[in-house]
Each structure stands twice: as C-alpha cells, then as structure tokens.
Design a protein around this ligand. Structure first.
Ligand SMILES: NC(=O)c1ccc[n+]([C@@H]2O[C@H](COP(=O)([O-])OP(=O)(O)OC[C@H]3O[C@@H](n4cnc5c(N)ncnc54)[C@H](O)[C@@H]3O)[C@@H](O)[C@H]2O)c1
Ligand SMILES: [Zn+2]
Ligand SMILES: [Zn+2]
Length: 406
C-alpha cells in the first residue's frame, strides 16, 4: 500500500510499504478514505518528539471503511468508521474511568519502560506518533490496523460526508475537552491562544458551553478571520501587547479562563521565546512555552488555565509562583477522545457544530509530503489539510452518479 513515512527532520515521503494485517483478535483493518494533517504532526516533522524511526507511517486523524475484522472485533465489513487517535483497551483502571488517553494496556511492553522513565508512568498509545506512544503505524495511508476495534472506532451514518465527521478523530474532541477543562461558567470571558484547528474548535466549544465572550489570539490574519467567524473577538499579538489588551478588554481583571491551543512551538520575537528557541535547537530543552507563560500572567485571579496544546518535557521559567499567588487552576492532557465521539457526532448531526469551515485544502494522499511542507511553511493560508486516498473516490463517484440520475 501507499503511505506517508517519516525519515527525519522535514523529510517525509509517500512510499510503498507492506499492507497491515490482523494481529490480535480485537483488531480491524480499515481502508482509509480521508485523513488529516494535525498540528501535532508538525512536532514530529520538526523533530521535537523523540523515538520516531525512519520509515514510520504517520497520521492519527483518519476514517474509512472496515475491510477485515479479527474474531473479537465488533465491527462489520463495509461499515464506515472514524477512529480516535488514542488507542485504548476499554478494560483497564483508566479506561473504566473514561481517561482513555491514559490507557495502561495499549503501549506495548518494549516501550513501556522508556515512557515510564521519561514521564513517571507509562503513557497510553496513539496512532502514528513515535515509539514512546507505542510505535503504531498511522492512518496517513491506504490501510491501517486498528487495535481494540471494539472500543475506539465510531460508526458514522451514510448520509454524512467524510469531512463532516473526520475531525471526531482528534481536533474536535480536543477543542471540546480544552473548553471543558476551562470549566466555563455562563457569562465567562474566555481567552484562547492559537487559532489553529484546535483553537478554532475550542472557541466554538466555549461558545456552546456558555462563554459570554471569547477572545482569540494569533498572528495569522486568515486564522484570526476564521476565529472571528466563530464569534470570537480577535487580537493579533504582533500588533498589541496581549496582556495589556486583555486587561483593557476585561476592566483590568483578566479573562476568567485561558486555553493554550499553541503547545510547545510558540512563535514570537520575545526574549523568553528566543532563549527557548536557542535551547530547543541545541537540544538543551524541548519546550517553547511563551504563550503559556503569557496566559498565566494574563488570567484573572482565581481563574482557570486549560492546556490542550502538546508539551514534551521540562519547561524553563515556568511562572509557578504567579500561579500560586493568583490561585489559578490548571488542567491539561491528551484528549480522552472515546469519551466525546458519540455526543459530538450527535451535535454534528443536529447541526450544532460546524466541522468543515476550517478545511482550506483537500489533496490526494500521493501529495502528502508536499502538503506537509505547506502545512509547515504557510500556516496562514493552510488552515486544515484533508488527504483523500483513491478509496475515497468511488463514494464521490457514486454520489455524482446518483446526482446525475436524479
Ligand atoms: N491534547 C491533545 O490530545 C491534542 C490533540 C491535538 C492537537 N494537540 C496540540 O494542540 C496544539 C494546537 O494544534 P493545532 O492543530 O491547532 O496546531 P497549529 O500549529 O495549526 O496551530 C497553532 C497556532 O498557534 C499559533 N501561535 C503560535 N505562537 C503563538 C503565540 N505566542 N500566541 C498566540 N498564538 C500563537 C500559531 O500561529 C498557530 O496558528 C498543538 O500543540 C497540538 O500538538 C493536542
Ligand atoms: Zn491531531
Ligand atoms: Zn485501557
């Protein structure tokens, strides 16, 4: 099959690799129809996440058609499913608490110890995301093996298009959980740093959860424009002093909750960020948490900080005292995707959530390497890329045929 493989920093290729096979009884094999490139893939592309190996298949946002099932899979051939990026067994202590991204069984034994050493406890597994999280082949490919297929995948109805439901795999639940972790109360002012796909869904979710005002911060005009479309007031951090602007907009109090949809690769020519960047490039550090530092300073006393953005290790100059003195609460984590797919699918079907407004580009899987370059270099105009395999084409052709007959 054809798949997007990682070979080193800024080096990804579409290559022919072996087809996946059913290994465990609960596995299913999916013929991928649509798959997206995520901001998290940039951390891999930029070489900031350790333990990737040359030839690894990337991709953790995907959906498709079931073509093969193990004896204990509950899926049926021909079903269309969206797959959460988190691989979770459904049976362990954590899965039973619906803390799916903390699953204790999905990360195989050989990587268990390394991740325990680095994080204190072994991490759960994810598709297409380095060997620390299990080394599972990802879904930017024609086919993918889905472990625990009786727990993760959600069957989607025929009448919805791929693009309407694809983001249930990650960024929609991630934006939603980001807003949920901000513990929004009716009437709150919520500030969202980063207007990438996660930020845009966090803005939409915060509004649904009752935020009176959402203030969105970024520096890319088109991304800010999309945030505005979702009902946010916008701040371009190149044009204003963000903290002062937020104070001014909130009567000197600061936002009630702040959501970090930027993660470990903050942009901006500030002293702290320049120092972080130098450290990251000389392997003396991994994090560039400028936005996070800024939001801790900006948040109102007694407010909440939610971090869906990904971080990789130890952060320097973290404003711990400021958090303590201001009495801030902080929540974060990899998304417990399986917990949110069903209610969010219902909301999509009821027309309560718009999931397609952010897609700027659709391209064939064969062009995936080129699309990674655009996603990295042209973030303003490339607001979300969806890759289509040839398998997506028959459905499209069928639709067109039906349309012609009608
Ligand atoms: N927790 C999870 O399970 C989970 C899931 C998916 C993605 N993520 C993470 O969420 C983050 C966002 O993902 P995305 O796909 O939207 O990524 P993205 O790279 O498309 O978007 C990040 C945005 O942050 C903006 N930004 C950078 N520096 C900033 C600053 N100083 N102030 C304000 N904005 C700034 C960028 O301009 C960009 O628009 C990433 O770190 C990603 O890894 C986490
Ligand atoms: Zn993702
Ligand atoms: Zn589990």
């Amino acid at each position: 099959m054809r798949a997007l493989t990682w070979h080193g920093r800024h080096d990804v290729r579409v290559e022919t690799v072996p087809d996946p096979e059913v290994i465990n009884p609960r596995d299913a094999i999916l013929r991928v129809t649509s798959t997206a490139i995520c901001g998290s893939d940039l951390h891999l592309y930029d070489g900031y996440i350790p333990t990737l190996r040359a030839g690894d298949v990337l991709g953790h946002e995907f959906m498709g058609e079931v073509v093969e099932t193990g004896p204990k899979s509950t899926l049926k051939k021909g079903q269309r499913v969206v797959v959460p990026f988190t691989i979770s067994c459904g049976d362990c202590f954590f899965c039973k608490k619906q803390q799916y991204s903390a699953c204790d069984n999905s990360n195989p034994a050989e990587t268990f110890d390394a991740s325990r050493l680095l994080m204190g406890h072994p991490m759960g597994a994810a598709f297409g995301y380095a060997h620390l999280t299990g080394g599972y082949a990802g879904g930017q490919a024609e086919y993918v093996r889905v472990p625990y297929s009786d727990v993760g995948p959600i069957v989607v109805p025929d009448h919805v298009e791929d693009d309407e439901v694809l983001f249930l795999s990650d960024i929609l639940p991630t934006g939603w959980m980001g807003a949920e972790n901000a513990e929004i109360e009716e009437g709150d002012t919520v500030a969202v740093w980063g207007c990438g796909p996660v930020g845009l869904f966090a803005i939409q979710s915060a509004k649904i959860m009752g935020a009176h005002r959402v203030i969105a911060i970024d520096h890319y005009p088109r991304r800010l424009e999309l945030a505005k479309q979702m009902g946010a007031e916008i701040l371009d951090y190149r044009e204003v002093d963000v903290r002062e602007a937020l104070d001014e907009m909130t009567g000197g109090i600061g936002p009630d909750a702040c959501i970090d949809c930027v993660g470990m690769e903050s942009h901006g020519l500030t002293i702290d960020n320049i120092a972080d960047t130098l450290k990251a490039h000389t392997f003396l550090g991994t994090e560039r948490p400028h936005a996070l530092r800024q939001m801790i300073m900006a948040c109102r006393k007694g407010g909440r900080i939610s971090i869906p953005g990904v971080y990789g290790g130890f952060a320097d100059k973290f404003p711990l005292g400021q958090m303590m003195e201001k009495g801030l609460t902080l929540k974060q984590g990899q998304t417990h995707v399986q917990k949110y797919t069903k209610p969010l699918l219902d909301m999509i079907e009821q027309g309560k959530i718009d999931t397609t407004f952010l897609i700027s580009h659709r391209a064939p899987l064969e062009q995936a390497a080129e699309m990674y370059r655009h996603w990295h270099d042209e973030q303003d105009s490339y607001t979300k890329i969806v890759l289509k395999t040839e398998m997506a084409m028959p459905r499209q052709a069928q639709k067109e045929q039906q349309h012609e007959l009608a």
